[in-house]
Design a protein around this ligand. Structure first.
Ligand code: NAD
Length: 499
């Protein structure tokens, strides 16, 4: 069985991949599993050496990967070329710091029982990690999780989206091409292929919709395997009246429309304080009017591409149509362009929280903007959502922005910026509420999450027997109790046994 991959820009077939069945998934996983021990035992330096060679291969083949990405996603060239550099940054970060993050910890003894022991916490990988990814950033999202897992010593199987398997397959083929050990591969297929992967691996890292994430969590719970979920969002932007309106408007337009609005962290709804509402809306409309939309080649002709598939285009259309029927106004855009899955960049006003465009993930080039009385109302509305991926606050008072950030129920808040937390690898990237479970990145956590921490305790002093061991005798028992009381109590009377 095979899958025809189509260009969302014009519907043409741009590639064909296998739809891999469950038995092929099991076979592949077991074949990779055989190489895990030698990969782990080879040590961090050796793994890092392969990853650095792979980074160089990715950079050398960036254009070919970006062209594959463009063909299956309809991204403009500027966006198709964003993913490989991101992966290179992730490789650089984890190859530089990973060894330290994975170093054994040797905590000091905290009580008499371990006084003569050597204690170690050892970070050892889950042998096989499955990485299941969506169609919006096929290469970056596959590699950003595969890289730390590989460096931790795991072997990794990536299952990209059925809509966008070409660029990921091409990028992962590079691993074999550099002659690296067979510890990283790609399996293509629909949801069933992903489900079969969940059934065979030791850890699942999933990026995609909340619906699929919930199904994966249920299956992983049945197998008692751990998982990380990076799910959908409905990210709010708050624009306070003291904000730099030019920067805020530019950020809103890029943050909402980049990748045709198909970022998990897209600006999906905007709340603006009343005194600057009109001014801000005018600036946003002006910027949106300047956007060039179309099927790009490699010449940076266009700013906005197509939506990834027809189902996505249908959702965007429904959100906009329903909002307009319920009284909202499209100040610009508001409908499909008529070609492929292109949808006009759209600014909606007179929206409220009864509308899907303010409550459900739209994942399209839409900017619904709502006027609010003050920051308190903006925070209340920002939190009025089942999602909690990230948020943005614009104000000239950065301290106030950070105070407001602490009131927002989201895993990340950017003040006077959009998306920058995605590049802050020492910080966790985590969705709260329905937006995820666990976190990626976050310094040591980013790599240790792929490890089981093993406790190794060694006796440095080895008499024939320990005082606690058999046989139990009254005298020894009483003595032990006196000693433990002396050590455990925190006041003199109890220490001396006077109470
Ligand atoms: P999706 O959930 O439909 O599919 C994602 C992947 O899961 C695909 O590879 C699919 O084949 C696979 N899959 C489907 N059913 C499965 C099952 N039962 N078991 C295992 N795998 C299965 O998501 P999508 O529509 O491709 O992507 C869009 C979603 O991804 C949006 O909701 C977006 O917000 C989210 N996303 C989140 C982040 C993040 O970091 N939080 C990043 C990017 C995208």
């Amino acid at each position: 069985m095979s899958i025809e991959v189509r260009s969302p820009a014009d519907g043409s077939v741009v590639g064909v991949v296998n739809d891999q069945r469950a038995d092929e998934v099991t076979e592949t996983v077991e074949r990779l599993r055989e190489h895990q021990t030698s990969w782990e035992d080879g040590g961090f330096a050796e793994r890092a050496r392969w990853l650095r060679r792979y980074r160089d291969w990715l950079l050398d083949n960036e254009d070919a990967i970006a062209r594959a990405l463009q063909s299956e996603t309809g991204k403009p060239w500027a966006e198709a070329t964003m993913e490989v550099p991101y992966a290179a940054d992730v490789i650089n970060y984890y190859t530089k710091h990973g060894e330290r993050f994975l170093t054994d910890e040797t905590p000091r003894a905290h009580g008499p029982m371990t006084l003569t022991k050597r204690q170690r916490a050892v970070h050892r990988p889950y042998p096989v990690v499955g990485v299941i990814t969506p169609w919006n950033f096929p290469v970056a999202l596959s590699l950003m999780d595969a890289i730390p897992a590989l460096l931790a010593g795991a072997v990794v199987v990536v299952k990209p989206s059925e809509f966008t398997p070409l660029a990921t397959s091409a990028a992962l083929a590079g691993w074999a091409e550099i002659g690296a050990p067979p510890v990283l591969t790609c399996l293509t297929g629909y949801g069933d292929t992903g489900a079969a992967l969940v059934d065979t691996v030791d850890y699942v890292q999933f990026t995609g919709s909340t619906r699929t994430g919930t199904a994966i969590a249920a299956r992983a719970a049945q197998r008692l395997i751990p998982y990380g979920l990076e799910l959908g969002g409905k990210d709010p932007m708050l624009v306070l009246s003291d904000a730099d309106l030019d920067r805020a408007a530019n950020a809103a337009v890029w943050g909402g429309i980049c990748n045709s609005g198909q970022m998990c962290t897209s600006v999906e709804r905007i709340y603006v304080e009343a005194p600057v509402y009109e001014d801000f809306v005018n600036r946003v409309v002006e910027r949106v009017r300047e956007l060039r939309q179309g099927a790009d080649d490699t010449s940076y002709h266009y700013d906005v591409g197509a939506l990834a598939n027809q189902a996505q285009a249908d959702i965007v259309r429904r959100h906009v149509d329903e909002a307009i029927t319920a009284g909202a106004k499209a100040l610009i855009g508001g409908k499909p362009t008529g070609t492929g899955t292109f949808f006009e960049p759209t600014v909606l006003v007179d929206v409220d929280h009864s509308m899907a465009c303010m409550r459900e993930e739209t994942f399209g080039p839409t900017l619904p903007i709502m006027k609010v009385a003050d920051a308190d109302e903006a925070v209340r509305l920002a939190n009025d959502t089942p999602y909690g991926l990230s948020a943005t606050v614009f104000t000239r008072d950065v301290d106030r922005g950070e105070r407001i950030a602490r009131r927002i129920e989201a895993g990340a808040v950017n003040v006077n910026d959009v998306f920058t937390n995605l590049f802050a690898l020492p910080l966790p990237m985590a969705g709260w509420k329905q937006s995820g479970m666990g976190a990626r990145n976050g310094g040591p956590h980013g790599i240790r999450k792929y490890c089981r921490t093993q406790a190794i305790v060694s006796s440095r002093v080895t008499p024939k027997a320990e005082p606690m061991w058999y046989p139990y005798r009254p005298l020894r028992g009483k003595l032990l109790r006196r000693i433990t009381r002396l050590v455990m109590a925190r006041d003199v009377r109890r220490r001396l046994g006077l109470r």
